[in-house]
Write a protein that binds this ligand. Structure first.
Ligand code: NAD
Length: 461
């Protein structure tokens, strides 16, 4: 499509938004219900597409994409009325008589750009916030998860009118054309390097945006942790979707005194989850593309203590553990985004804190420990998008916590109310009465008026 065609789509959405149609709660509730119905109707087709793209099992597809999305829509349906109420706030005495409130106003025309690893959740998660808040949406799913993108285009066209929600498909070229247009909000999920391109393009129009990016999320295992459960939760979080999860524990720092015991437990859990032949396991996924397969495969080197096998035709990379990894190992130079778990060891908590602080701020940070002093020291002395203690990934499964990054892992957040809030401008509205007017505020100024105003500002605010 040419830029002009995209312009036409956006202009239609502008007219639709300006008609006020998206603002009523009734309309928004109807659209949320339609979104839910759409996901239910297409659930099996979506799951087949996810299998074709990533060999994602129906179980994982339900838990991390379709089922969770439907539950999140229900949560928003339950809360939309209370979220949408104006919030009254106090009015200072010197502005008496008057009233003040904060009104949530939809930004207007939004653009949502998503990656390929959770192509449903990472597209419809932000979309849920935008719909709940009363915006129009242009959805730009990833060209790389091509089967899921195809089905997305079909189902959106069936359930929504294009002046309200539509899909634009394509890769960098198409996205660049879209980014030339003036949106009122851009929500991007993807890599930090493309995030910078999006941010620059948004700046041209002073368009506010949220950047949900990635990076290397550390996991830290203290000797006080329940090692059996830690191994289970770490192996699950790392190898879910074949390691292609933005909040996957990227690498693990293990207390030196329990390292060999812990690695044995990790290996045992990998076998328990995916059998000794994970290539045949229905529960283990595939790398999305040849290019990514090659990139991840190259990272396997050094002291490989588990796995390491690959199959290029199948885009299969075995769950792999590399021990005795040092900070200059290739696997520590970039976000792994694949099924490789590097192990580093530590003696003192300060070593871990320094390492985390010397690197970019991660999206997630995982601590496994029963020792609160150890846990709190890490939480209080590092910065990350989120923290999850004694678990992996589940901190983003609750709608009551905001999900988002900080620094290199992005800014802004969503999930439940936070998504609604992200897509709403908080408009302060003050209303004054005509029946009393403070004469001292008006020129010509004099000493008496000045003394009164000084007093009013100091005492009555
Ligand atoms: P990506 O940045 O390559 O692509 C994301 C989107 O940007 C796609 O829709 C793509 O078409 C578009 N894009 C790519 N190049 C572009 C360009 N030059 N100009 C304009 N648009 C362009 O990311 P990806 O490979 O799809 O996903 C992997 C990354 O996403 C990882 O870094 C991962 O950590 C991150 N991620 C973050 C989250 C989160 O919630 N924070 C969730 C999932 C993935």
């Amino acid at each position: 499509m040419s830029k002009n065609q995209y312009e036409l789509i956006l202009n239609n959405q502008k007219n639709f938004f300006n008609s006020g149609a998206t603002k009523s709660i009734k309309f928004r509730i109807e659209q949320l219900k339609a979104l839910k119905e759409m996901l239910i109707e297409y659930k099996s087709k979506i799951e087949a597409a996810l299998y074709a793209d990533l060999k994602k099992s129906a179980f994982e597809a339900h838990v991390t994409e379709t089922g969770i999305m439907i539950a999140e829509i229900d949560h928003n349906l339950k809360n939309i009325k209370s979220w949408s109420k104006d919030t009254p706030v106090d009015t200072p005495l010197f502005l008496f008589p008057g009233s003040s409130k904060i009104k949530n106003e939809p930004y207007g025309n939004t653009l949502i750009i998503s990656p390929w690893n959770y192509p449903i959740k990472n597209l419809f998660g932000p979309a849920l916030g935008a719909i709940t808040a009363g915006n129009t949406l242009i959805l730009k799913p990833s060209e790389i998860s091509e089967n899921t993108t195809k089905i997305t285009e079909v189902m959106i066209a069936k359930y929504f009118s294009p002046e309200y929600i539509t899909t634009v498909t394509g890769g960098p070229e198409e996205t660049s054309k879209l980014l030339k247009l003036k949106f009122n909000y851009i929500f991007f999920t993807g890599s930090p390097s493309i995030g910078k391109i999006i941010y620059k393009a948004a700046a041209e129009h002073l368009t506010p945006c949220t950047l949900e990016l990635g990076g290397k999320s550390p996991s830290i295992v203290h000797k006080s942790a329940n090692l059996e459960i830690t191994a289970k939760r770490l192996v699950w979080g790392k190898f879910l979707n074949a390691g292609q999860t933005c909040v996957a524990p990227d690498y693990t720092f293990v207390d030196e005194s329990i390292k060999s015991e812990f690695i044995k437990l990790l290996k045992k859990e990998i076998d328990n989850f995916y059998t000794k032949n994970p290539e045949q396991s229905d529960s283990f996924g595939r790398i999305i593309s040849k290019k990514h397969f090659e990139r991840v495969k190259k990272l396997i080197s050094g002291d490989v203590v588990h796995g390491g096998n690959t199959n290029e035709i199948e885009k299969f990379i075995e769950p792999t553990i590399i021990d005795n990894v040092t900070p200059n190992h290739p696997v520590m130079q970039e976000e792994i985004f694949g099924p490789i778990l590097p192990i580093l060891s530590f003696k003192e908590v300060d070593e871990v804190i320094s390492f985390v602080n010397d690197n970019e701020k991660p999206l997630a940070l995982y601590i496994f420990s029963k020792n609160n002093t150890f846990t709190n020291k890490i939480i209080n002395n590092t910065s990350s998008g989120g923290v999850c203690v004694n678990e992996t990934i589940m901190h983003m499964a609750t709608p009551n916590l905001p999900f988002g990054g900080v620094g290199n892992s992005g800014f802004g957040s969503y999930n439940g109310w936070y998504g609604y809030d992200t897509f709403s401008h908080k408009k302060p509205v003050m209303k004054r009465s005509f029946w009393f007017d403070v004469p001292q505020k008006y020129p010509p100024y004099n000493k008496g008026k000045f003394a009164f105003i000084k007093f009013a500002i100091k005492k009555l605010l």
